[in-house]
Design a protein around this ligand. Structure first.
Ligand code: TYD
Length: 215
């Protein structure tokens, strides 16, 4: 299908996927993207941190295990910088073109990781989120909820290199999980909580049917 032939949605649709590390959200982003493309929608898939040439360079700094001295404040500002670039370069243009924008993490991750996880001031983070996102918000956010212990068992079974955040202790991941649940509680209309221990196919069906109601 030629690029201009896709089914357009007025104002676009912006969907974010959140949760602790190893919650399985990236698989679901891929599945939803394939379904929407098959149905003829225009789709933009992005990830945070990263997603643009500049943001990917910032991602390298953030996840590099050599950067043990990175302060919590510098970390927050780098995530926001990556987001500011991604929002202007891809998310806003994608929405304006009437596409579905799927973002693997967005500003709720800063509130959960840097706020609840690192202990930085939540209200200040929300203000920075607003600057970085140019005031746009996901229309819907899927929160993949999973106990930190289960996530840790998943990543201990993968003998891969761990990034700087994944190296954090279990208590950090517990605080992040609780943070996400608190954020979801404060915005029940935007958030859909997905029990991330369910099987891949049933999660995918649930997400597709939620999205159908918004198209
Ligand atoms: P990534 O490898 O993309 O992990 P995942 O597949 O779990 O999304 O690494 C991103 C890491 O950055 C992840 O540990 C979450 C963290 N993060 C923050 O701490 N703050 C943020 O604002 C964002 C977007 C991510």
């Amino acid at each position: 299908m030629a690029d201009l032939d896709y089914k357009k949605i007025s104002g676009g649709l912006f969907v974010s996927f959140e949760g602790i590390d190893y919650c399985g959200k990236s698989t679901q982003v891929r599945l939803l993207s394939s379904t929407l493309l098959r149905e003829g929608y225009g789709v933009v898939v992005v990830r945070e941190p990263g997603g643009t040439e500049i943001s990917e360079k910032i991602r390298d700094i953030l996840l590099d295990t050599a950067n043990k001295r990175l302060s919590a404040e510098a970390e927050l500002l780098l995530y926001e910088a990556s987001r500011a670039q991604l929002t202007r370069e891809l998310i806003i243009p994608g929405k304006q073109a009437g596409k579905v924008v799927l973002s693997d993490r967005y500003f709720d991750s800063s509130t959960a990781y840097q706020g609840y996880g690192r202990g930085l001031d939540i209200e200040s983070i929300k203000k920075m989120n607003l600057v970085a996102s140019a005031g746009i918000k996901p229309d819907v956010t899927f929160l993949f909820d999973l106990p930190a212990e289960t996530a840790q068992a998943r990543f201990s079974s993968v003998p891969l290199f761990k990034d700087r955040l994944e190296e954090e202790k279990i208590d950090f991941h517990r605080r992040v999980r609780n943070g996400f649940l608190e954020i979801a509680k404060s915005e029940p209309k935007r958030f859909k909580i997905i029990p991330a221990e369910d099987d891949i196919d049933s999660i995918s069906e649930r997400i597709c049917s939620e999205i159908q109601t918004l198209l």
